[in-house]
Design a protein around this ligand. Structure first.
Ligand SMILES: [Zn+2]
Length: 312
């Protein structure tokens, strides 16, 4: 989300993709708020059985089967697959074909159907559980609506749709089911999910939105969108805000990896930062948590999604 905001600041105001990116940002921020609300509800539920909650479940269950869901709850009694749809207006969960139609004051939009997504994920997970040769753990699926003002015009028929306030009751009811696997089997299963659950491999935003790198503004860019002016070795000043831009170099490196690509060389970053001090750039990159590849002369730096670029 922060990455999209930075992309907007680095595109010229007249750029063709600006409207697309603003719309995307609104959709993500609505979804993000919904997911945080469901994660909070999960924390408030009292569990007296073994459980593991995986928000942003992105699991490679086999080389050819990959499952991506908003959340998954694993217990020793059942597995619950959850899709969260934080959408405004009127919704139609159509089934022929499977499609989610949103209607906001007569303006219609079509989306992937969360129902279909859950049915496919359940199939993948079931297949994977069978391969693990454990007792058959029942799989439940729900679509959660965090926005109580959403109007459901056509309800889904294959997967229950519940409001976020009902989630706790729904789960407490499932928790009364009999235990299916023992403690060791539960640990084996949670370990297998933790190992397979990896952050989705991310594309740079230029790649994702088909924006040529030449369209991106170089230099240090303030949060207000203005280009910073270098006033000392590590300090850039914003002519609009009339103050120093905090963590100017660090933010610019972060922008590169969010917006431009997975790898950077010292020369490329000198151009992006618009700074001719090779020493400063080399020192900053060498002191980061980026993965250095190759020797000093042709050294490239690779982004590691699992850790922040700089220690605080
Ligand atoms: Zn500024």
């Amino acid at each position: 989300m922060k990455a999209l905001e930075r992309l907007l600041q680095r595109l010229p105001l007249s750029h063709l993709k600006i409207i697309d990116i603003r719309t995307q940002l609104e959709t993500i921020s609505a979804g993000f708020n919904g997911e945080t609300r469901v994660d909070q509800i999960m924390q408030e539920i009292q569990f007296d059985i073994p459980f593991f909650y995986f928000p942003n479940f992105e699991c490679e269950l086999s080389p050819t089967r990959f499952s991506q869901l908003d959340s998954v709850l694993l217990t020793n009694r059942y597995l619950l697959l959850i899709e969260i749809k934080n959408m405004r207006g009127e919704l139609h969960f159509n089934e022929q074909p499977y499609q989610l139609i949103q209607d906001i004051e007569g303006k219609k939009g079509a989306y992937h159907c969360p129902q279909m997504q859950l049915l496919r994920a359940a199939d993948t997970v079931e297949h994977w559980l069978n391969c693990m040769e454990l007792p058959k753990l029942p799989i439940y699926k729900i679509i959660v609506m965090p926005n109580s003002r959403t109007i459901i015009k056509t309800a889904p028929t294959k997967v229950p749709l519940i409001m976020s306030k009902q989630v706790a009751l729904y789960i407490q009811k499932l928790n009364k089911l009999p235990a299916v696997i023992n403690e060791n089997q539960f640990l084996e299963l949670s370990d297998a999910i933790i190992t397979g659950n990896k952050p989705f491999k991310q594309k740079s935003l230029c790649e994702k939105y088909h924006i040529p790198k030449e369209h991106i503004k170089n230099g240090v860019i303030c949060h207000c969108g203005a280009s910073g002016i270098r006033i000392s070795e590590r300090t850039w000043h914003c002519p609009t805000c009339k103050c120093a831009i905090p963590n100017a170099i660090e933010q610019t490196i972060q922008d590169w990896f969010w917006i431009c690509g997975e790898v950077v060389t010292i020369k490329e970053f000198m151009d992006f930062l618009q700074c001719n001090s090779r020493n400063l750039v080399a020192r900053t990159l060498n002191n980061s948590n980026l993965i250095a590849l190759g020797n000093t002369k042709s050294r490239r730096f690779l982004y590691n999604h699992r850790v922040p670029i700089f220690n605080k």
